[in-house]
Design a binder for this molecule. Structure first.
Ligand code: PHE
Length: 339
């Protein structure tokens, strides 16, 4: 029997050596160790062996099984390792290759400045109220104390769709609409796109405004000054202050133009501020009594202030942009600087 076993092991060794893939190895596994393998037959034959010889026979058969099993397993491991290293090799990534460039976008400077202004005023307790870009003449003018044929209509060179419908020339109608439906206290910020028949280095037919409105009991010009001073500090520099100059708007009385300390020279006077040390940033004033009454708010009980600024103008001041048209040309070399 030993001879038979030796032959079996030698046979297995030969076939394992000839096997050239994992599939062949699993076939050999079934052939030499499976249910109908010669080793199994030998095991089955054990029952006919004399009891005294059984341990010796069993030992020999078992050694044969272990030997065959080792032969097959070691070849199996060898093939598996081979396959893995082949796989690793074919899936290698060359991390030194330059990658495809992913361009990172950025907010447009107008959006950036708009967000900054909103953030500053939200910190001071304002809420955002957006209106309509196509507006009624009434909400753009009449409710704001600018009757038809009033000369002040020239201040906003307006695009008309029809006699009563316009492209809003300012975001003030959003303030009117808020006052029509909301009782004081009101503290809102109205950002948005506005339209005027105007086109040069500092004016664009489409631009952006942010207006603010506060209505409550005992609101005065002092509250306006305090809020705008704080805004100037947040927006421009901790050293910034504001200066009020008398002005005229039909919807505010008194009305003021507001200047801030020139951020280029710090107030000493330079080319940007034309030697004055001040830069004009917005128009504002105490809400005209007629405007409050037009919206159903009693001017004997409530008062308010309003202000309005051009976002482009603020961006031009903040970043020293010489021509408003640069903001609309979408020249990537220009826009990249605001990343
Ligand atoms: N509505 C004015 C404009 O568009 C700005 C402004 C708002 C002025 C509020 C005073 C008060 O020019």
């Amino acid at each position: 029997m030993q001879e038979q076993i030796n032959k079996l092991v030698a046979d297995c060794k030969k076939q394992v050596a000839e096997a050239n893939d994992l599939k062949k190895i699993s076939e050999l596994k079934a052939k030499f160790l499976g249910k109908s393998s010669p080793v199994n037959d030998l095991m089955k034959g054990l029952k006919d062996v004399a009891p005294a010889d059984k341990p010796a026979f069993g030992k020999v058969i078992n050694e044969c099984r272990v030997a065959i099993s080792e032969l097959i397993t070691s070849k199996e491991v060898e093939f598996k390792n081979l396959e893995r290293s082949r796989k690793l090799q074919s899936e290698t990534i060359d991390i030194s290759l330059p990658s495809t460039k992913i361009e990172i976008g950025a907010l447009h400077p107008i959006t950036k400045v708009k967000n900054e202004i909103i953030k500053a005023f939200m910190g001071l307790g304002f809420n955002v109220a957006e209106g309509y870009e196509i507006e009624a003449d009434y909400h753009c003018f009449q409710a704001l104390n600018i009757p038809k044929d009033h000369p002040a209509r020239d201040m906003q060179d307006t695009f008309y769709f029809s006699e009563n419908t316009v492209l809003r020339p300012h975001t003030s109608p959003a303030q009117i609409r808020t006052m029509e439906v909301q009782k004081p206290p009101i503290k809102i910020l109205c950002p948005g796109r506005v339209y005027r028949a105007d086109d040069d280095a500092t004016h664009s037919p489409i631009f952006h405004q942010i207006e603010g409105l506060v209505v409550d009991k005992n609101i005065t010009l002092c509250d306006l000054k305090g809020i705008l001073d704080e805004f100037a500090r947040i927006m421009f520099s901790s050293e910034s202050i504001t200066r009020f100059r008398p002005s005229h708007f039909p919807f505010t009385e008194p009305s003021v133009e507001v200047d801030v300390t020139c951020m280029v020279c710090g107030g000493k006077g330079c080319r940007i501020c034309k030697g004055t040390g001040w830069i004009e940033i917005l128009g504002s004033g105490v809400v005209n009594r007629n405007v409050l009454s037009n919206c159903g708010i009693d001017p004997d009980v409530y008062s308010g202030f309003a202000f309005g600024m051009g976002i482009e103008r603020i961006a031009m001041i903040k970043y020293g942009i010489p021509d408003i048209r640069m903001l609309y040309e979408n020249d990537v070399r220009f826009l990249k600087q605001f990343r």
